[in-house]
Ligand binder design. Sequence first.
Ligand code: GLU
Length: 512
Amino acid sequence: MSRPVRVRFAPSPTGPLHIGGVRTALYNFLFARKHSGTMILRIEDTDQNRFVPGAEAYIIEALKWVGIEIEEGPENGGPHAPYRQSERKGMYAQYAYDLVERGFAYYAFDTEEDLEQMRKRLEASQMQPAYDSISRMSMKNSLTLPADDVKARIDSGAPYVIRIKLPRKEEVRFHDSIRGWVTVNSAQLDDKVLLKSDGMPTYHLANVVDDYLMGISHVIRGEEWLPSAPLHVMLYRYLGWEEVMPVFAHLPLLLKPEGNGKLSKRDGDRLGFPVFPLQWTDSKTGEVSSGYRESGYFPDAVANMLALLGWHPSDNRELFSMDELIEAFSLEKVSKSGAKFDVQKAYWFNQQYLQQESTAEVAAMIKPQMMATGYNASDAYLEQVVVLMREKVQFAKDIITEGTYFFEEPENYDADVVAKKWKPETGEHINGIRLQFAELSETASAAEYENSFKTYCEEKGVKTGELLQPLRLAVSGKGAGAPIWETIALIGKQNILQRLENAVGKISFSKP
Ligand code: GLU
């Protein structure tokens, strides 16, 4: 019988969660849901030097915002609580001592200087500067020192670490759901520290012990942990847990838009897109990093975009709700090679979700922004603006920033359009159109404005194309925007008449 699916997202709270981390969490969540399993959040905070206040709360809020639900974790508890490693401190050391007793690990008393000398010595002879199965024999540890010396050192309280004792030359082989069989020779691995001199476990020990204790069935994590996997496999073997070793799946990296190297915070700053789900303010420097939420992305759009960065459905479909992602997701369809981040695609996803959202919802979203800008319009009016603008923009907030003309008269007129389209006789025509519009009812429809304009052009023998952009310019100050006749009908007759009069007064023909 196969085991129940239990997966974990295990971030270290060392700062804001990178968008790549959100993708890791998302894949874990999709996998858990797909297999009716459990999604666990475990906070790996054993390294107190790297602890950043607020980072854990940020992680939890970010996951919620994207729609990733946690079944067991620091907030909701669960059968394996606590889910914060700093609160599990006492649980790890026993496993390290047990390994020493059974000959799979050893005490090492080397000082910083000893280690430094070793590195220099090995580097000088063109060897890997590693504490490994060869170099450990010339270091100060329980493999080289006499037993009574070791005992005396420990009894006197001399500082020591516990290191894993890896075999000299042995194939370490494991299956990765994404990469297939991975084989590494232990000669390439070093004897990593498991327990530090302050009695705290290192990442490797705490991570493996917790995955075992929490019954984790699948370890789905970023590619940067692939080099640690052979060591983890050895730990499972030495601890006698090989039978219940989780299935590994190492996700491809999220790459820079150019495709060379891992997507970093600096790429976001350089290219103007967020690399964090939520805005983050560094408490030391005060530096603010932008977030997807604050930049106006829909959380569903972000989840959809992230899901497709590294995973491909069997067809070419691109738009998926969370439930559809759960249905379609499989680790077999995650690619081995890195996924290039594409900011245009991120915009595109957001735009798709903007089209799908109900008009009333989008209007409610941007109403606070409208009020803050000093515009005062009814909900019904704002909804009409949404209808006319939503196809033109990628973000809901742009409906207000790009559609100012729905709320106020243009203050100035796009100089390029004036230069190209405003001829010596244009002012007179706009004036003529104004008189024509004045004949219409106060509540004239878009079609009535359009007909009125066409009639004017026919009577004067002017091509509609000659006057359409000048008219738009007079109404909105811009050369392009929402559908013109609907815009005019919505803004309303009296306002439009006023705008046309103003434009004729303000725009003058300038010789190109
Ligand atoms: N604490 C590690 C991290 O920050 C966890 C890696 C893993 O999932 O094993 O990503």
